[in-house]
Design a protein around this ligand. Structure first.
Ligand code: SF4
Length: 524
């Protein structure tokens, strides 16, 4: 691979330390200021010394639309992380014609940066979209304030809220508020990166890079489960791959399937760690005129037919710790419960289900499940979605990063808040949080593979791009002298003016992503 030569930082020769060996070059792309020997790479593996010249090792990633004329050599967007993207996609048959500018998007992946940003962003690319002059400011941000929010689709108990999550023995995050059908982790963040021991910071950065790059990581929750989590894959909890995400809580499941249940059973209990549903007491059963069964449940009654805390959280039925569902029944009310009463007990995923009939002593006796009942249990399973891990990157584009975009960075923030700027991460749509600053969130599965790196400060390297109209860019104090048309930007490379070849990797944009330039409301 040809590596781009970076002889200049802000138009000046690479800095040399007085005491530095003449055979070394100093990288000033981040505050670590690596002094790199010939043939070696710097601490982040992104820059190297090639024959006494500082070069960028990995290519800049360019996105293309999926067009009819697409070159077969184009690297397809890899979503699953199951395949390694080639280190360098072949250059499609493209001659730099501006007509293709709306088909090519320069991402921040491999684009270079400086930290803090003491010069304009490495690529400030002009293009046209729907006849409007546009600019995309492309950079590879270095984020100290960043984390990953991980959604794990399971109702199994992974760990108590606020429990520490460890990676290779170090605390790298915690369990946060559970969401509907999913357990949530908050991993990484500035306090683990920089606020603890050096080892904690190193492990945090390593975990974050792996997670962002769609690789599997093994974590252990204090007092909870050990897990393997990977973006876009099913979680593996205590060595068992999770299959199903529950259809809803126990109350919801009762409501969804009430009519079907009522046709085959006299009582149905859907066991759930959150809300256990009891059909005949539930409003759904009442609406079907089902007579009371006389069942008396353990736990705390919330509203009729809806019970909290029937058991402890665990890896048994419905995310509770029970193996015997009858253990959550307190008793049967005499005079109401009748011998022969047909009772279905099921979990919210249908993975656990048993069928009982009350005997003369009002004791539930397990019986073979009738086919009609089995069909409903299978339908509950059918309505579950596959259990997945979802990994969202959350990062704050700080003052120095913004300086690479504008001489007056607050104007960039304001322009984003006014929806004049489309913010993307590796071409993937980024949600910008309301309120102050530029805090963005993106799904790593929509970003190119291997979008994330680290520097040993420690911090995370991640792509970010800002697309806007050229006149808006000028109005927010943009570095308009550094705007280059796409073909010149590619020929020139990051900060270069010597025509050195730019290592590039072509990737077809994820079909689920909108094209990053020219989307409403920018041009609306
Ligand atoms: S860690 Fe990487 S970016 Fe920072 S100085 Fe070293 S080689 Fe350059």
């Amino acid at each position: 691979m040809d590596m781009p030569v970076l002889p200049e930082a802000a138009g000046k020769p690479a800095l040399r330390n007085e005491r530095m060996n003449a055979a070394k070059v100093e990288c000033n792309a981040c505050p670590v200021l690596c002094q790199i020997s010939d043939g070696r790479t710097g601490a982040c593996d992104r820059y190297a010394n090639r024959d006494g010249v500082l070069v960028r090792v990995d290519p800049v990633v360019l996105l293309r639309r999926a067009v009819a004329s697409e070159s077969p050599a184009l690297v397809p967007f890899a979503r699953s992380g199951a395949q390694e993207a080639p280190s360098e996609g072949a250059d499609p048959d493209w001659n730099g014609d501006l007509l293709h500018a709306d088909e090519v998007f320069v991402t921040g992946v491999g684009s270079s940066t400086t930290y803090p940003d003491y010069k304009p962003a490495p690529f400030i690319v002009a293009s046209k979209a729907q006849g409007v002059d546009m600019v995309t400011v492309v950079t590879e941000g270095i984020f100290s304030y960043c984390s990953f929010k991980v959604k794990i689709d399971t109702d199994r108990f992974l760990g108590a809220e606020q429990a520490n999550v460890r990676y290779r023995g170090e605390v790298v995050g915690h369990v946060t508020t559970a969401e509907y059908g999913s357990q949530m982790l908050s991993l990484g963040g500035v306090h683990h990166l920089t606020g603890g021991s050096k080892k904690e910071g190193r492990m945090t950065a390593e975990l974050m890079q792996l997670l962002g790059n769609k690789k599997p990581v093994e974590c252990v929750i204090d007092g909870g489960a050990s897990m393997v989590i990977q973006a876009g894959k099913a979680p593996i909890v205590n060595g068992v791959e999770e299959q199903r995400m529950r259809v809803g809580c126990g109350s919801a499941a009762v409501g969804i399937f009430a009519r079907q249940f009522a046709a085959v059973a006299d009582e149905v209990v859907v066991v759930d760690d959150h809300i256990t549903g009891v059909l005949t007491e539930h409003q759904a059963g009442r609406c079907l005129d089902m007579p009371r069964s006389g069942i008396q449940m353990r736990g705390r009654k919330s509203t009729p037919g809806r019970y909290f805390q029937v058991a402890n959280p665990g890896n048994g039925w419905g995310g509770t710790d029970i193996a015997d569902p009858l253990s959550i029944i307190e008793r049967w009310e005499e005079g109401v419960a009748k011998p022969g009463l047909r009772l279905l007990m099921t979990s919210t995923t249908g993975e656990h289900a048993q069928w009982y009939v009350l005997d003369d002593a009002l004791q539930p006796v397990e019986q073979p499940m009738p086919d009609a009942v089995r069909a409903i249990v299978e339908r509950i399973g059918e309505n579950c979605e596959p259990s997945l891990c979802t990994v969202l990157f959350l990062g704050g584009a700080g003052g120095s990063l913004r300086a690479g975009v504008s001489e007056n960075p607050v104007l960039l923030t304001r322009a984003i808040k006014r929806a004049l700027v489309n913010v993307t991460c590796g071409g993937a749509p980024a949600y910008v949080w309301p309120g102050g600053g530029i805090t963005v969130m993106a799904d790593v599965m929509r970003m190119p593979d291997n979008s994330f790196g680290t520097v040993p400060t420690p911090a995370i390297v991640a792509p970010i791009e800002f697309s806007m109209r050229l006149d808006d860019y000028a109005a927010l104090g943009g570095h308009v002298d550094h705007v280059f048309p796409l073909e010149q930007a590619l020929a020139r490379g990051a900060w270069q003016d010597d025509g050195a070849p730019l290592a590039r990797q072509w990737v077809q944009i994820d079909p689920a992503n909108p094209w990053p330039i020219g989307q409403p409301p920018m041009l609306g």
